[in-house]
Design a protein around this ligand. Sequence first.
Ligand code: NAD
Length: 469
Amino acid sequence: MSDLYLKLVNTSVGKSAAQTLGLPAPISLKRWQRTDQPFIEGDVLIGAASGARAIQSIGSILGASPAHVFHATGQVSLEESSKAGSKAKPLDVTAEINQRFSALVFDASGMKETTELKALYEFFHPVIRKLGKNSRVVVLGLDPHHCRKAPQAASQRALEGFVRSIGKEVGKKGATANLIWIAPNAEERIDSSLRFFLSPRSAYVSGQVVRIGKSETGNMATNPVAPLAGKVALVTGASRGIGESIAETLSRDGATVIVLDIPAAMADIETVAKRVGGKPLACDITEANSPRIIAEFVEDMGKGLDFIVHNAGITRDKTLGNMPEHFWDMTIAVNLTAEERIDEELLARNLIRENGRIVCVSSISGIAGNFGQTNYAASKSGVIGYVEAMARSLKNGITINAVAPGFIETQMTAAMPMTIREAGRRMNSLSQGGLPVDVAETIAWYCNPQSAGVSGNIVRVCGQSLIGK
Ligand code: NAD
């Protein structure tokens, strides 16, 4: 469903009317357009606090882009910014600055004392108002779980509040802010994540904290135009909505997609499978024999699976006192138990290939709870628990992560009463709903071969919703 208010407010008449009435004026978000599009363009400023661990990786990733790269000077606390490599030109942040930035990237991973947090102020204060529309802020830190001393853990944890607040301040420009926490010696694993968070692919992801660990596998080279070429993906609930977009996006990036949905959706399954050059599979994932049917389908294809995206989901809303038993049972069965059963079967038969990816779809309701959704919220919180536990036990380079969408424009949200729909759309830093492709792009980043160190994460695709954490 289209957001008429967003369209209206982006006309000159609509914009001045919104200003006069004090209404939100969301910016039309720039999304990924073409496969050869660079992940970032324009002017990018890099800064680093002392002891920065990832500054060289940041410099070389940005150095390979067509962006004009600068490193901050003018403050003693920012001296290590110069390690960003020869492509980065110096820019004195204490002098007058007349340019607009498409991104500000700060490496805070070396901070050990809370007094060093001042470097954040010294870097961001002079330039934050120079961010352009649809721009990006990315801060990199050291995962506090790996900090031995309290002052270091405190300074690294402080980055979370800082970044989440920046996201709220810059959202009106259609800009996002995210934090990447790196484990020790995982600095060279940031490639796909830094590119994702700087690119239009993360248009609706803001205020998020991602952990990158040291993966079992090395840094794999990928074809940037088709990073998933030669891979096989299974997407459940793929005949429409978010699942359809996931199938399209993984196929765009080179994967062959098994398009699974309920038998009643066969016509749509076939249409989507044909469009994405994939394989149709009609199967109700709650049926007792569904894990076997899926496993045999994968065996018959002969290569095993690289990606499983557990997207199929239902809502059966009622307040708990009014909820019929079958509403409870169905919601838990589709949204949670089916995922476990399918993974168990595929893992037992060794059908998930080395460096495979399992991606689950949770929801903001699973983080914050929601009136009338005790069953749905329980299932989606359960998904988070499942992902966190599985991440600790999976072997063979297989990762597992979840996305937690907020308000996404689909048939599900189009069916909401108008006032609830409008509130859902506007109650986030970007003052608009997301699109299915925003969820799909986040899943494609998890699936990227270079995201081997990204496991056990729950990333909200919610425009930094005001609801929940
Ligand atoms: P949707 O209803 O448009 O699509 C869900 C798909 O899952 C449908 O095609 C449906 O047929 C399929 N499905 C349902 N039960 C199944 C079963 N037993 N076996 C096989 N397939 C089954 O919903 P959507 O909005 O695209 O949501 C996709 C996922 O995203 C769901 O898990 C949903 O909970 C989650 N989500 C959506 C939003 C949103 O704003 N739309 C927000 C948060 C989370």
